[in-house]
Design a protein around this ligand. Structure first.
Ligand SMILES: *Cc1c(COP(=O)(O)O)cnc(C)c1O
Length: 226
């Protein structure tokens, strides 16, 4: 068996894009209504560059520190990149995150909302924001509990002046994902939110069926992480 080849990135990327297009058609979604967030955490800049050269512009990273070492140079070469923070975000990294990311998907608590609001005002830079929902109510996982989302969204808006674009979830690995996607879509609808970030390599098609506007696909594009 051969190892993972760099050119596989480009092939896989094209396959995922085609599959997203098919899912949009099959499930009656508008063509182009689902954004592919290519999750490049732990992957070297050379491999990310292959995806960039193939036209991919939306990327997701999990770690502020890693993104800080990898992305400033890449953004210089590809200024129209849209970088999404999708990992747990410590409040003391809020400034770095506001500086570097175009979208932050992991807003999940009041202290972070407060820090983000402060850094947005200070830096004059406003990343788009998604609130992460812990649809499986897993104690070890980030995200606002489903019963608390409506109140949290209201506080983001009314207390911290933050505009929230949508919701994000990571279903428990052992569960069928669709009920979680359905729950997220329902919470978004009743709060008038358009963005739905849900679906990863194994289940993005089901997420598209249930209304995803952003799917976050890593290993199916870049290969398994070590
Ligand atoms: C790593 C990660 C992904 C990508 O997962 P794959 O299964 O490799 O597609 C998506 N979303 C989040 C929040 C992640 O941490």
């Amino acid at each position: 068996m051969r190892g993972w080849q760099m050119s596989d990135t480009v092939t896989r990327l094209a396959e995922i894009r085609a599959a997203i297009g098919r899912a949009e058609r099959d499930f009656g979604r508008k063509p182009g209504s689902v954004a592919l967030v290519a999750v490049s955490k732990t992957k070297p800049a050379e491999q990310v560059t292959e995806a960039l050269e193939a036209g991919q512009r939306v990327f997701g990273e999990n770690y502020v520190q890693e993104a800080k070492t990898k992305w400033p140079a890449l953004k210089e070469r590809f200024p129209d990149v849209e970088l999404h923070m999708i990992g747990p975000l410590q409040s003391n990294k809020a400034r770095d995150a506001v500086e570097l990311f175009d979208v932050i998907q992991s807003l999940d608590r009041e202290s972070l909302a407060k820090e983000l609001a402060r850094e947005i005002a200070r830096l004059g830079r406003t990343p788009r924001l998604f609130v992460q929902v812990n649809t499986g109510e897993e104690p070890q996982k980030g995200g606002v509990m489903p019963t608390e989302v409506d109140a949290f969204l209201a506080r983001c808006r009314d207390v911290h002046g933050l505009a929230i674009e949508g919701l994000m979830c990571i279903p428990p690995a052992e569960d069928a994902p669709s009920p979680h996607f359905g729950l997220l879509a329902k919470i978004a609808a009743r709060n008038g939110l358009k963005g739905l970030s849900m679906g990863m390599s194994a289940d993005y098609e089901a997420a598209i069926q249930l209304g995803a506007t952003h799917v976050r696909v890593g290993s199916a594009i870049f290969g398994a992480r070590g």
